[in-house]
Design a protein around this ligand. Structure first.
Ligand code: SF4
Length: 303
């Protein structure tokens, strides 16, 4: 059996060990060295070229995809010690009783223990229902904030347990409730209020710039779970109906340097993964998410 093995950036150092294990099982293996950002980002084209019977994507939870080649998702879980860190977080939570808990798949197995830990210290902890793209209750993805939205009205604040910047920032933007990020890797416990305000300011600036913009580049990624061509086309048509110029810019891997070379473009619209918000600062022109473009057009089109 021919297997294409795919790993996200943070786990590529485990590629050889995993590939060798698969080879010992009698499989023929190649490893994708393309970047991999999420479960939606399956290397179908590489697998087709290689003639793979199966893709194994390591690190992410299962994701519904139609691509013709079976994909096995192997989750990566990292149990970590949390009691000391959460004791520090509790000091920050002193004014809140009802706490919504969210995390990534990496720590999802510990969320119930974290809930019990908080419960034992006088808090009411809630785990929300995931949306259509995530797999577990309490799990958040850049394109699925269901675990936040489903309990937003019930809780006083949210606690995100996990690493990185993208998930806590995205989570903080998905709700108006105070949002505490507890990072077991750095030991940082921080409220996301300032980052949220900064990002909202950036978005407001982008919106204002977009109102004046004449030429729009509508970015569409061909990554299997991000391909939103219909939406890109609808945005192009909507902008043209508003008297603007718009072209769809299609790519697999979004490259900021290449986008910066489109000097005629006044404003970009992103229909691909919302997590590229992390890198917006690398673009010389403003960029809006697909949902934000309605605010610019000021018309009745809802995409
Ligand atoms: S679209 Fe983005 S946030 Fe959603 S699964 Fe893919 S990489 Fe993750």
């Amino acid at each position: 059996m021919r297997v294409l093995l795919q790993l996200p950036e943070g786990l590529k150092d485990k590629a050889f060990k995993l590939a060798e294990r698969l080879e010992r099982e009698g499989k023929e293996v190649v490893v994708s060295c393309s970047p991999c950002y999420g479960a939606c980002d399956v290397a179908l084209e590489e697998a087709r070229r290689y003639g793979a019977d199966k893709i194994i994507q390591y690190g992410h939870s299962a994701f519904k995809l139609r691509g013709g080649i079976p994909v096995e998702f192997i989750e990566y879980r990292t149990p970590v010690k949390f009691k000391k860190l959460l004791s520090r977080a509790l000091k920050e939570l002193k004014d809140f009783r009802k706490v919504g808990l969210v995390t990534t798949v990496q720590h999802i197995g510990q969320l119930e223990s974290i809930k019990q830990f908080l419960k034992g210290r006088g808090k009411r902890a809630y785990i929300g229902k995931h949306g259509s793209r995530a797999r577990y209750n309490g799990q958040i993805l850049g394109c699925d904030w269901g675990s936040i939205k489903s309990i937003e009205k019930e809780v006083d604040c949210f606690l995100y347990f996990g690493g990185g910047v993208f998930h806590p920032l995205g989570g903080a933007l998905a709700t108006e409730k105070p949002f505490l990020a507890v990072d077991p890797f750095t030991g940082n416990v921080r409220w996301m209020g300032e980052e949220r305000r900064k990002e909202l300011r950036r978005r407001k600036g982008a919106l204002l710039a977009a109102i004046e913009a004449r030429r729009f580049g509508v970015v569409c990624s061909t990554k299997p779970g991000q391909f939103n061509f219909k939406k890109a086309l609808a945005i192009k048509k909507m902008l043209e109906a508003e008297g603007k110029d718009a072209q769809i810019l299609i790519c697999n891997e979004l490259n900021y340097e290449s986008l910066n070379n489109f000097l005629e473009v006044d404003c970009f619209v992103n229909t691909a993964c919302p997590r590229i918000v992390e890198d917006y600062a690398r673009l010389r022109k403003p960029i809006l998410d697909a949902e934000e473009i309605n605010k610019v057009s000021g018309n009745s089109h809802t995409l």
